[in-house]
Design a protein around this ligand. Structure first.
Ligand code: 13P
Ligand code: SF4
Length: 347
C-alpha cells in the first residue's frame, strides 16, 4: 500500500544520508516529487548535479535526457539512475544523429561556415556532443535568450534544435522577423524558407513538445471570454501565436516565480504541464489557478516515474545493485560537456 511504500522510501533515504541524492523535475507527480532532495527546472537540476560531489548515487526523477546531462556533469564514480527507462521525451527523440549530420552537411553546402548550432537541453547526449564539437552551445528555456544572443556574436545565423517553438519565440523576442526564420524538416530533408537564402538568420529544427503544443489560440480566446481579468501565462515551448497573445511567457521557473509574486485574488490560466499546474494551484489557495487547456496536459513520459518505480530503484540501491543506470560514453561526454559548459559559463 501507498503508506508502506512511502515509509520504505523515507527509511532508505534516512539510512543512505548524503550518499543518495534524489532530484525531481517540476513536472513530476506529487507521489515522487515529495521525496526530492532538490526540485527544479532542467537548468537548476543540471547545476545541482554539476556541483554535487558527495552523492554516490543520484536518482533522477525526470526524463532520460536530464539523467544523461546529470551523468555528463558528474564524476565518473557517481552513478545516475532513472527509475523507469521508458521515461523519455518525445521532443528529444525528434532529432537523431543521422538526421543531424545530414542536415548539417546540407546547411554547410547552402550557407558555408556562417552557422552555429544550438541545442535545447531537451536533446540526446549525442546531439549535445555534435553541437559541442561544432563550437555550439546548449540552452534551456530559462537562458535561451542569452545564449541565442551569444550565438549571434559568434556567427551570422543559427541552427536551433530540436524545438522549433522555443527557437522561434526566443529569436522573435530578440527582434528577428518571422520571415527570416526557416524550418529544417528532418524527415523530408529540406529547408522551408520564406525569404531568399542569404536573408535567413535562424534555422529551426522541425520538432515540438507534444505537451505544450496542446495549448491553442482557441484556449486563450475561450478563457478570456469566460473571465476577461484572467492572466494568461505560457511556456515558450507553446506555438508562437499562443505566446504572442498571452500576457506572460517564460520558462518553468519564470512561471513559478511570477505566480509567487502575484497579488492575492488574481486569476491565472497556465499553459504548461499538468502536474506543475496542480502544484501551483495547491500552493496558492489565495489565487484562482487553472490550466489554459481545460483537458489539462500531462507529460506521459514524465508520469512514468511513479512511487513503485522510485521505491524499486531505491531498494536496489540499498542492496548495492545498480539498475537502470544512465551512462554516456566518454567520447560523447567529452564533446557534450563543451556545449554544456559554454552555457553554464555564460549564465
Ligand atoms: P524547463 O524545465 O527548462 O522549463 O523545461 C521544460 C520541459 O519541457 C522539461 O521537459
Ligand atoms: Fe519532453 Fe515536452 Fe515532456 Fe518536457 S514536457 S519531457 S519537452 S515531452
Amino acid at each position: 500500500n501507498v503508506n508502506d511504500m512511502e515509509q520504505r522510501v523515507r527509511e532508505i533515504k534516512e539510512s543512505m544520508g548524503e550518499k543518495l541524492l534524489i532530484l525531481g523535475h517540476h513536472y513530476q507527480k506529487e507521489e515522487v516529487y515529495q521525496f526530492a532532495d532538490f526540485a527544479g527546472d532542467s537548468l537548476e537540476l543540471a547545476q545541482i548535479a554539476a556541483k554535487n560531489r558527495k552523492a554516490e548515487t543520484i536518482v533522477f526523477c525526470g526524463v532520460h535526457f536530464m539523467a544523461e546531462t546529470a551523468d555528463i556533469l558528474t564524476e565518473k564514480d557517481q552513478v545516475v539512475i532513472l527509475p523507469d527507462m521508458r521515461a523519455g521525451c518525445s521532443m528529444a527523440d525528434m532529432a537523431n544523429m543521422e538526421q543531424t549530420r545530414r542536415a548539417w552537411t546540407e546547411l554547410m553546402h547552402l550557407f558555408g561556415d556562417t552557422i552555429i548550432p544550438l541545442t535545447y537541453v531537451n536533446s540526446t547526449a549525442d546531439i549535445k556532443a555534435f553541437v559541442g564539437e561544432h563550437a555550439g552551445v546548449t540552452v534551456t528555456s530559462s537562458n535561451a535568450k542569452k545564449m541565442v544572443q551569444w550565438a549571434f556574436e559568434q556567427k551570422e545565423r543559427i541552427l536551433f534544435l530540436p524545438d522549433q517553438h522555443l527557437g522561434r519565440n526566443t529569436a522573435y523576442d530578440l527582434g528577428i522577423p518571422l520571415t527570416q526564420m526557416a524550418i529544417w524538416d528532418p524527415i523530408g530533408h529540406k529547408l522551408e524558407a520564406l525569404c531568399p537564402l542569404e536573408d535567413i538568420k535562424v534555422i529551426l529544427w522541425k520538432g515540438h513538445c507534444s505537451v505544450h503544443e496542446n495549448f491553442t489560440l482557441q484556449n486563450v480566446h475561450d478563457i478570456r471570454k469566460t473571465d476577461p481579468e484572467m492572466n494568461v501565462i505560457v511556456h515558450p515551448e507553446c506555438h508562437h501565436e499562443v505566446v504572442a497573445i498571452s500576457d506572460y511567457a517564460g520558462s518553468t521557473k519564470y512561471i513559478i516565480d511570477t505566480i509567487n509574486k502575484a497579488d492575492p485574488g488574481t486569476a491565472w490560466a497556465i499553459g504548461t504541464e499538468m502536474n506543475l499546474v496542480n502544484r501551483i494551484k495547491q500552493n496558492h489557495p489565495d489565487k484562482t489557478i487553472l490550466s489554459l487547456n481545460p483537458h489539462m496536459c500531462p507529460c506521459l513520459t514524465m508520469n512514468r516515474i511513479d512511487l513503485p518505480h522510485l521505491l524499486w530503484a531505491l531498494e536496489n540501491v540499498e542492496q548495492g545493485k545498480i539498475t537502470n543506470q544512465i551512462t554516456v560514453d566518454k567520447k560523447t561526454s567529452h564533446e557534450a560537456i563543451r556545449a554544456l559548459e559554454r552555457m553554464l559559463q555564460h549564465i
